[in-house]
Design a binder for this molecule. Structure first.
Ligand SMILES: *Cc1c(COP(=O)(O)O)cnc(C)c1O
Length: 402
């Protein structure tokens, strides 16, 4: 591997994790095999004892997956990484490895929906208690920390309202209480936020989003800082079984090569779209880490190298206005997920969170007019024109229906 301490992040994106292979390919071959031959019984034995280097069985480790894991550790500035079959597999594996019955977890209130459901419904069955608090307010975290707290799980910026949590302050508080900090870095990617620089212990990602970047793979990863945590998480992953397929690892590794470029373009486009939306008369408010109006703008400046591509905004006119906007966009695609090259728009109140009911939605910060945009890498003028015509359609409908 040609990367060293002085290699820039942009170059690491291109070269990290690429090893030497038979016949000299410049990208890792896809080792589409479930198992690997031993040279002899004693060779098999020494592989199992960990005395020889090599591969045994693809749930345990596979060369194509290992190439991606090496790249992820390098880009995130961690010790080692583990690739998982989805972001949720990564989150489940990481938390399972870190807690036991009787422990307590603190989790950001603004967090990816299935993560909060996992903690509240699955971990609670095994007597792991969870407190959901607004982690962008450190006092709220201090108020619930107790001797049993073993993990503080932070998503920053958080889903869907983009609150930014101070990772340095949370890590300090956690370590004084002998707890570990796990950060979901999906919204920023290592190109824009490096949680280990702020004392965080474990980083998880949905690689389905920016890391892969092309909306064609579901994948996740865990990055750790030390060998002890690595061994424990590796053992847990092997037992839970949520590993990544070699072909999907190959695709994510390909996506990583343009991560730096893509994050620059996502950020630049999103900044222009956020400023456009903030001035629009049909828009109540815009949340975007790059806007001075963001409540934790200063923490964002300390923690982020750029602002990424996710914008949340509140449309005037509630559910109906949101529906009309969704049905009127042409270039922007109407779909869940985020972080791909194409711009996606989502209106939780009429789609993903429809069945939740207005009251529970509002406790979760999901107002009727809330729209989330994952800004892609298209030409920004095309994006603005599309939003402009769709907002005009909203205005016309609202006038007709009054
Ligand atoms: C999508 C997402 C996840 C879950 O990842 P999957 O790959 O869909 O399992 C977790 N956290 C965040 C912030 C996400 O956006």
């Amino acid at each position: 591997m040609s990367c060293d301490k002085n290699t820039d992040f942009e170059s690491k994106c291109v070269h990290a994790g690429i090893d030497e292979y038979q016949y000299g390919p410049v990208v890792p071959p896809i080792y589409q095999t479930s198992t690997f031959k031993f040279e002899s019984a004693s060779h098999g034995g020494s592989l199992f004892k960990g005395e020889a280097e090599g591969y045994i069985y693809s749930r345990m480790l596979n060369p194509t997956v290992k190439a991606l894991e090496d790249a992820l550790a390098e880009l995130e500035g961690g010790h080692k990484a583990l690739a998982c079959g989805s972001g949720m597999a990564a989150i489940n594996t990481a938390i399972t490895a870190l807690v036991k019955s009787g422990d307590h977890v603190i989790c950001s209130k603004a967090v990816y929906g299935p993560t909060s459901t996992l903690l509240a419904t699955v971990f609670s069955k095994f007597n792991v208690a969870v407190s959901f608090v607004n982690t962008s307010d450190i006092q709220k975290v201090k108020d619930v920390v107790k001797p049993e707290t073993k993990v503080i799980y932070v998503e920053t910026p958080g889903n869907p309202t983009l609150e930014i949590s101070d990772l340095e302050a949370i890590s300090k508080l956690a370590h004084e209480n002998d707890a570990k900090v796990v950060v979901d870095n999906t919204f920023m990617s290592p190109a824009l936020q490096q949680p280990f620089d702020f004392g965080v212990d474990v980083v998880v990602h949905s690689m389905t989003k920016f890391l892969n970047g092309h909306a064609d793979v579901v994948a996740g990863c865990i990055v750790v800082k030390d060998e002890e945590t690595y061994l424990s998480v590796r053992k847990t992953l092997n037992q839970l079984g949520g590993v990544l397929e070699p072909f999907n690892a190959f695709l994510v590794h390909r996506g990583l090569k343009t991560l730096s470029l893509r994050m620059e373009k996502h950020s630049a486009n999103a900044m222009i779209v956020a400023e456009y939306l903030e001035k629009h008369p049909l828009v109540e408010w815009v949340k975007f880490p790059g806007l001075k109006s963001h409540p934790q703008y200063e923490i964002g400046l300390k923690q982020h190298k750029n602002h990424s591509g996710i914008i949340a905004f509140e449309l005037k006119g509630g559910i109906r206005a949101g529906e009309v906007l969704m049905n009127s966009v042409k270039l922007c695609q109407l779909a869940v997920s985020l972080g791909g090259v194409e711009t996606l728009v989502q209106h939780p109140a009429s789609m993903t969170h429809l069945t939740m009911g207005k009251e529970s939605r509002e406790t979760a910060g999901i107002t009727d007019g809330l729209v989330r945009v994952s800004v892609g890498i298209e030409n920004v003028n095309d994006l603005i024109s599309d939003l402009e015509q769709a907002l005009k359609a909203v205005e016309e409908t609202m006038m007709q229906e009054v």
